[in-house]
Design a protein around this ligand. Sequence first.
Ligand code: ADP
Ligand code: MG
Length: 317
Amino acid sequence: MGEFELIRHYFAAAPCAQGGDGVVRGIGDDCALLALAAGEQLAVSTDSLVAGVHFPDPCDPFLLGQRALAVSTSDLAAMGATPLAFTLALTLPTASEAWLAAFARGLQAMAQSCALTLVGGDTTRGPLSLTLSVFGRVPAGQALTRCGARVGDLLCVGGSLGDAAGALPLVLGQREAAAEIAEPLLARYWSPQPQLALGQALRGRATAALDISDGLLADCGHIAQASGVALQVESARLPLSAALRAFAGEQQALACALSGGDDYRLAFTLPPALLAEVQAEWPEVQVIGRVLAGSGVQLLDAQGRAMLSPRGGYQHF
Ligand code: ADP
Ligand code: MG
């Protein structure tokens, strides 16, 4: 199968590459054309996933397709953007039809669940890697950024933390667990659900937001720095799933929640007066700390004493 036949068969002909609100021109020209309504801004984000660095190689291609798009789309959620379209730059060592078919199915599943249209990409030969760019729309001036946290705001997260990091020994085949423990943890690694609806609901409410990809403490550090404030995290308030506690034990579960990557939950700062209405609609939202004057991230233990925080999030260099 040649390059163009491959692109046509697995990508241009995929259901997720047809039509789409705001897509004027999709795959097949030199550029895709996207239309925004008056008063909207375009939110753009790119993520690369490299075999052996961001995912084990070999791995299930369906799960990889699903996860690659989820990871990128989580950035749209973090800005409060509504998904519009995405592109896929795919580098493959070989053009295996079974691999491509499964990968395209995984991509399709996540594209459908996130209402994203595939509008272009690039296909090359080399060591397996994927680069996805996602595009979203947001009312002008209303995107959630990292820089608006104010002293007195609450620090909140959109659900349990640490599950994906805790699942790594399962992902890598180093450990096994009973299905009722392994399945929810593996699902949080392989098919994180971008918190798109929560992000959109936080427009005009949250003062700062991001998605947790590199670990809670490291990512909170980004909000603290961009907003010129300090964030205080109370370790006793971190939402840890029953599966993670059972699999990793209490101490390791806490370490995964604080410093493990790949959560793809939103973390955001919220004026206290808005908490009740947000939690009424989103009961999974938990307060884990607050915004203080100062700089950096402080971690409190269960007795409210300052703790030395474990190593920060993942850094490539
Ligand atoms: P060009 O040479 O103009 O860059 P290509 O020959 O690389 O175009 O690709 C042809 C068309 O197929 C373009 O519209 C491109 O965006 C699209 N495309 C290429 N690879 C992919 C892919 N992996 N997924 C989706 N679209 C792709
Ligand atoms: Mg090209």
